[in-house]
Design a protein around this ligand. Structure first.
Ligand code: GUN
Ligand code: ZN
Length: 428
């Protein structure tokens, strides 16, 4: 057994719907016991030292021991085109994204980008990612292989498209079904890997392809399904043209069997009231991608209103439409979007979203995203004074949240002191 010492915060309830005092337990001198890849115990350092005298102690001093960050929506194949200038969604896809994604039929290219991607995200303290791969099965193999090598719990799937994309990036309805099924059978449940059925979004799939993937989901209801919805007004108008019989964007997915509690709906900025109510009714998850929504100019997600309505919401970088690999930077952007909507998110809410909230959106909070005993030991150890700018501000902090907030707003890889995955130290 290993005993990690540091500051700890544990959420006992969701800090959006409960008062802060009822939602968090904080230990100035806390400890997390790790054994056989899992969190065996958590609590005050003195108590755990007495209870586990044989444990090997790793003292992280004043650092914060947090669950590793859970990034609920990314495109790892867009790693090399992150920060591409000047386009809105559809032009950005055509100009930057599709040419790069076309290269992932080459297993060597896919492997090289997957390695780079996981180096970057683990350096940022992220231990779980949910990725769109490309149309090529090789891209899925590369993603899962690189994650398994690091012992990470990750989710992902082949991105399916059979129209409105370059020929090199299109398959067909039966092909999408067959490839997705074969990949699901190859990877789902192997190591810590989970398959996600992945139609890119309504404009790039024919009704036949959406129906084929809906049928696959019905045959495998235990897997998740991810797609995009209502990111930009031009996209929404295009969907209305392509699917004239649908009531709205959400209806396109629902009509083809692609709406359920395991649906992860990326962006979800410009939803109608009907869509919001229906998503809540079926308990599908919304994934907030704030750096991307600012970078591509998409809009301001209604976190407050959707939380008040009881939505299940995760947080994500959306790399490379998003402009960062870091969930710290993503929390900062979520804060700024909240400010622009008149609802500044509390640091506890931001931290919860990046850990347990995202894990809940993936229906995995019993395994990742918390420090609860029994959970898998995926941890990020955070230095709350990692730069001069942060340290001088944190020195004025009067409580743990004031101590954390400068790292949320100004922190980067330098704040990540160590990362643990599946009970092993991956970086330090
Ligand atoms: N909508 C469809 N595909 C994409 C993508 O790759 N990135 C973003 N941000 N939105 C999308
Ligand atoms: Zn996306």
């Amino acid at each position: 057994m290993q005993l990690l010492l540091g500051q700890t915060i544990r959420f006992t309830a969701d800090p959006f719907t409960n008062p802060l005092t009822d939602s968090v337990t904080y230990e100035r001198h806390g400890a997390v016991a790790v054994e056989n890849g899992r969190i065996a115990d958590v609590g005050p350092a003195d108590d755990l030292r007495n209870k586990h005298p044989q444990a090997r102690v790793i003292d992280y001093g004043d650092a914060l021991i947090s669950p590793g960050f859970v990034d609920a929506h990314v495109h790892y194949p867009q790693t090399a085109i992150i920060a591409s200038w000047g386009k809105r969604l559809i032009d950005w896809l055509n100009s930057y994204t599709f040419p790069e994604e076309s290269r992932f039929g080459d297993p060597a290219h896919a492997a090289q980008i997957a390695e780079t991607y996981f180096d970057l995200v683990t350096a940022a303290g992220t231990t779980t990612t949910v990725s769109y791969c490309t149309i090529h099965p090789e891209s899925v193999d590369a993603y899962f292989t690189a994650a398994a090598k690091r012992g990470l719990r990750v989710l992902g799937g082949k991105t399916c498209m059979d129209r409105n994309a370059p020929d090199t990036l299109q398959d067909t309805a039966p092909h999408a079904y067959d490839d997705s099924k074969a990949l699901l059978e190859r990877w789902h449940g192997q190591d810590r890997l989970t398959y996600v059925i992945t139609p890119r979004f309504a404009p790039t799939s024919t009704p036949d392809q959406l129906a084929a993937l809906g049928a696959l989901w019905a045959e495998h209801p235990d897997v998740l399904m991810q797609t995009h919805i209502s990111e930009q007004h031009e996209e929404i108008a295009w969907v209305a043209d392509l699917f004239p019989d649908a009531r709205d964007y959400l209806d396109v997915y629902e009509h083809h069997g692609l709406l359920g509690p395991g649906a992860l709906l990326g962006h979800a900025i410009h939803l109608t009231d009907r869509e919001r109510d229906r998503i809540r009714e079926v308990d599908a998850s919304l994934i907030h991608c704030p750096t991307s929504n600012l970078f591509i100019g998409s809009g301001l997600f209604d976190m407050q209103g959707l939380m008040e309505q009881g939505h299940r919401i995760g947080l994500a970088t959306d790399t490379g439409g998003g402009s960062s690999f870091s969930m710290l930077r993503t929390m900062a952007a979520a804060y700024e979007v909240g400010q622009l909507r008149g609802h500044p998110l509390h640091p506890a809410q931001l931290w919860w979203l990046a850990t347990e909230g995202s894990a809940r959106a993936l229906h995995m909070a019993d395994r990742i995203g918390t420090l609860e005993p029994g959970s898998e030991a995926d941890l990020a150890v955070i230095d709350l004074s990692s730069t001069q700018a942060i340290a001088q501000r944190a020195a004025r902090a009067e409580d743990i949240w004031q101590a954390i907030f400068p790292t949320i707003m100004m922190g980067d890889d330098r704040a990540i002191k160590a990362v643990w995955a599946n009970g092993s130290c991956l970086r330090s």
